[in-house]
Design a protein. Structure first.
Length: 153
């Protein structure tokens, strides 16, 4: 199993119904969707945590998991280098080609087309920013090929 396959992403769509003050009928008040990268062993704990925190023992709240899906390739990893993880999300095919990069709590987004340019780099040192740009420049063709293989299957 590759490091990319060691992560899965949960897409959870939930509806929470709260009673409307004027009526006794339930009204759908809030709909949300979230994606997050998790190790598979944490899935069950996450789902229970969400349900317990949102619903608890309050009988007047109706909680419904609308959709729950797990995909191993939600965040395909392109490269691990000196603690930097270069990847893309699988739901980004409407945007121009780009890569995301993380290291600890630092994160960034680099456009590969039309020109290599920084969208943002937050929390990286100047040396790490230079390493990121150098890596993206050296690996841009490989990253573009992987993007095209993934999204144009």
């Amino acid at each position: 199993m590759t490091k990319a396959a060691a992560f899965a992403a949960a897409v959870i769509q939930c509806r929470i119904a709260l009673p409307k003050a004027a009526r006794s009928k339930m009204t759908w008040l809030y709909i949300f969707r979230t994606s997050c990268g998790l190790k598979l062993s944490h899935f069950q704990a996450l789902l229970m945590l969400i349900i317990n925190n949102l619903v608890g023992n309050r009988g007047w709240v109706k909680f419904e998991v609308w959709a729950f899906s797990v995909k191993f390739d939600e965040m395909p990893t392109l490269l691990f280098l000196n603690g930097l993880r270069f990847f893309f999300y699988s739901n980004e095919n409407n945007e121009p080609i780009h890569v995301h990069v993380t290291k600890g709590s630092a994160n960034g987004k680099i456009w590969l087309e039309p020109l290599i340019s920084i969208e943002y780099l937050i929390g990286f040192t100047k040396a790490e920013e230079n390493d990121i740009l150098e890596t993206v420049q050296n690996k841009s063709e490989e990253f573009k090929n992987r993007w095209n293989e993934y999204f144009r299957k």
